[in-house]
Ligand binder design. Structure first.
Ligand code: AKG
Length: 381
């Protein structure tokens, strides 16, 4: 696609362009100057910006705007008298003159919320395939981005292999639980996860700030009775809450709650964040939900506490609906990964003569998304 016209508006404070498909957009002179692509503004190679906002004159306007022979935009900025070319496709990809989402709790197009229909199509890859870091592995990472949940099978049943999985796409986040931790019944557990109790659907470690954004759990043994794994999409549950009770959604996104962990000597972790965290533009950013590590809520005005508890209960009830739950039984060599800012995991209680042994570790989404993006751009070449 190429540009056909460019017209200066507001005495040079902005301009309007039109592409050959009829689409048009406006851009501000200040925005264009700040985002200039020339080598004095952006370093060649790493593309980092070489100037600060203070290097741009506050009175910047456009003194001329034309379309060149290949349909790109050529601009002159006043008072710097600086000429900059903007490729037509770059402008289209960075167009901000578009309708913006005004609903609270919207999710981007890259996010697909789900319920238990996902039981029939859980994104899954074999470990051997993942190690090739090819297109299939890219699709699996893409599922972690879009669904916040995916399964890997065929791992060697040896201690620590989950670290090798995390290192296929990023970096392990080491915590007070170690580089990885054992999830099995213990006599004096430092965490209720290390017992045979059932665990309500939760996001992990909400008492950290920032929370680990990914959790991996790998199975080494599973011959106990019970212990089924369950995952629930916290964004989907929040969407349902917003639909069924907008007031509850506003309460859970409008007031912070507190979390705390003090189960090990020398460790005292605390955080204060909302259950449903929204960005300043209303985008749903994350969920923190964990009955075991909730601390007393002391930031909700007295007058709103009853309404808050009723909202909190509604959200918990939605999470418990059978149609929200994807359930599966982990077998030795299986691993699952969740986006810990969105997807909750639970397990049924287990007992009996057999053994259930999982190992868990944390990692972060930035590394995963960076690997995904580089696999995708390799595929485009
Ligand atoms: C955790 O380690 O965070 C758990 O929730 C344990 C899950 C399980 O045992 O299946």
């Amino acid at each position: 696609m190429f540009l056909e016209t460019a017209e200066i508006l507001e005495n040079g404070k902005s301009l309007s362009v039109r592409w050959n498909n009829g689409q048009s957009a406006r851009f501000h002179a200040m925005w264009l100057r700040d985002n200039a692509l020339d080598p004095q503004t952006r370093a060649e190679g790493n593309a980092q910006r070489l100037i600060t906002i203070l290097d741009i004159p506050a009175e910047t306007t456009l003194s001329s705007a034309t379309v060149n022979g290949i349909g790109d935009l050529v601009l002159s900025f006043f008072p710097e008298n600086k000429e900059v070319v903007f490729p037509s496709n770059w402008l289209r990809e960075h167009n901000y003159d578009i309708p913006h989402n005004e609903n609270k709790g919207w999710v981007g197009d890259h996010i697909k919320t789900w319920d238990n229909a996902l039981n029939n199509s859980i994104p899954t890859i074999g470990y051997a395939q993942a190690q090739k870091k090819n297109h299939e592995f890219g699709s699996w990472l893409g599922a972690v981005e879009s669904h916040g949940f995916a399964v890997m099978t065929g791992l060697p049943v040896t201690s620590g292999t989950l670290i090798d999985v995390a290192e296929l796409f990023g970096y392990v986040r080491e915590t007070n639980y170690g580089k990885f931790f054992e999830v099995r019944s213990e006599i004096n557990p430092v965490n209720l996860a290390y017992t045979g109790l059932g665990l309500q659907a939760h996001t992990d470690n909400p008492y950290r700030d920032p929370v680990p954004t990914l959790q991996l759990l790998a199975c080494l043994e599973n011959s106990a009775d019970g212990g089924d794994s369950i995952v629930v999409d916290g964004f989907k549950a929040a969407e349902i809450l917003r639909e069924e009770s907008p007031e509850s959604f506003d309460l859970l996104s409008g007031y912070p709650v507190r979390f705390e962990y003090a189960g090990t000597d020398g460790v005292r972790l605390r955080s204060k964040r909302p259950t449903i965290e929204l960005g300043p533009d209303g985008e749903m950013l994350s969920i923190r939900f964990n009955n075991r590590s909730s601390a007393p809520f002391t930031d909700i005005p007295f007058a709103d506490v009853d309404r808050f508890y009723s909202a909190y209960r509604k959200y918990a009830e939605i999470i418990e609906r059978p149609e929200m739950k994807v359930s599966f039984m982990m077998q030795p060599g299986d691993l699952f990964i969740v986006d810990n800012t969105r997807v909750m995991h639970a397990r049924k209680g287990f007992s009996g003569a057999g053994t259930r042994w999982l190992q868990g570790c944390y990692a972060d989404k930035d590394g995963l998304l960076s690997t995904l993006s580089s696999i995708r751009s390799r595929a485009e070449k």
